[in-house]
Design a protein around this ligand. Structure first.
Ligand code: NDP
Length: 328
């Protein structure tokens, strides 16, 4: 039995954003219907100042029927080196016999599926005419989030802030020849005030976004922090918003943006209005009024990787130029 090996470049070729957004929607629905098996992820944290972690994310999904595990390292300190901050592989298995049918670059899968999940939230929760986007962070996820936001809302203006001003400027330059106006700004506040859409995609451990900067009717995708001890948005931002998550169980363990205010006694877990799948399945409201601020807290789920990997696998399987290896 040969195993297909799909590198990052081919993953991006085989995984168009719009198709991935629809796949994320199906995955969230399957999760809500109880048609997915997704244990909480174990994470190995490497002791020492440099940090770094390795997470294992296994899952089974009924629709599309798929089985796999993502092994991914997260080294936030890799900025400025030749290494990405997220590296690893998705191992994709045949759910009938357990054969390992594909190995694919996890960094590329993560880049696309995370932004696609935020796009599902944005499609469900943001006001239809949202055109003014604030991007906090200018790394891999910032680029994929801009593509994803444009797929679901008529984005025209983008203000980007990053910790390193040169990185925000470089981000803006990438879109010089596009029909977008992308401006690098000096503070996160300048980016966020008056924005209809806000994406926080930084590796910050302390809040970079304050709730009193938010405009009524805004929608936020809060993506960067996926551990209980780090957060990108302050308690006021969460309290001012109707909160939505990819999965309650994961968010209440892994989302510092929610866990820290809960621990401080400022927030109760009932503040989470719904999982995205519950809105999609008609079991919960999304946005209730045009003035409401909505906040999607993403921690990232293995079913997202699996649903994205399924798209990649189907394309790669039919493409004879994709390498195969015999592991036996
Ligand atoms: P990159 O390394 O490509 O970019 C990181 C960004 O975070 C840069 O803009 C960097 O700023 C900024 N940053 C780093 N440290 C700090 C800090 N202490 N304070 C403020 N900003 C900081 O990472 P990615 O784009 O791949 O990922 C972004 C975040 O999203 C990460 O935290 C990652 O773990 C998380 N993530 C979440 C997922 C989910 O499913 N929810 C999935 C994948 C990633 P600069 O370079 O300008 O200094």
């Amino acid at each position: 039995m040969n195993t297909i090996v799909v590198n990052g470049t081919r993953v991006r070729e085989f995984l168009p954003m719009r198709e991935c957004i629809d796949a994320m929607e199906r995955a969230f629905r399957a999760l809500t219907r109880g048609r997915a098996v997704v244990p909480l992820r174990p994470v190995v944290r490497i002791p020492g100042d440099a940090g770094g972690a390795l997470a294992a994310m296994p899952a089974y999904l009924d629709d599309p029927r798929s089985l796999g595990v993502k092994a991914i390292s997260v080294f936030a300190g890799n900025e400025g080196t030749v290494h990405d901050s997220h590296q690893g592989a998705v191992l994709f298995f045949d759910p009938d016999h357990g054969a390992l049918v594909a190995i694919m670059d996890a960094g590329a899968v993560t880049a696309v599926r995370t932004a696609a999940a935020s796009a599902v939230a944005t499609r469900l929760l943001a006001r239809p005419g949202a055109e003014d986007l604030a991007m906090l962070g200018a790394g891999v996820q910032a680029h994929s989030h801009l593509e994803a936001m444009r797929a679901v809302r008529p984005v025209r203006r983008v203000r980007v802030w990053s910790r390193t001003a040169a990185r925000a400027a470089a981000f803006a330059r990438r879109y010089d020849a596009s029909d977008l106006t992308v401006t690098a700004v000096a503070t996160p506040r300048e980016a966020v005030e008056q924005a209809d859409l806000v994406c926080t995609v930084t590796s910050a451990r302390e809040p970079v976004l304050m709730g009193d900067w938010l405009t009524p009717g805004a929608h936020l995708n809060v993506v960067g922090a996926s551990v209980a001890t780090a957060r990108e948005v302050d308690t006021a931002a969460v309290l001012r918003s109707a909160c939505f998550v990819d999965r309650r169980e994961s968010a209440l363990r892994e989302a510092g943006d929610l866990v820290i205010p809960i621990r401080e006694g400022a927030l109760h877990e009932s503040h989470i209005r719904a999982e995205l799948g519950e809105i999609l399945e008609g079991a919960s409201d999304g946005r209730r009024t045009p003035e409401e601020i909505t906040l999607f807290k993403s921690v990232g789920l293995a079913v997202e990787d699996l649903a994205a990997a399924d798209i990649v696998y189907r394309r790669a399987r039919d493409d004879r130029s994709v390498p195969r290896i015999d592991l036996c």
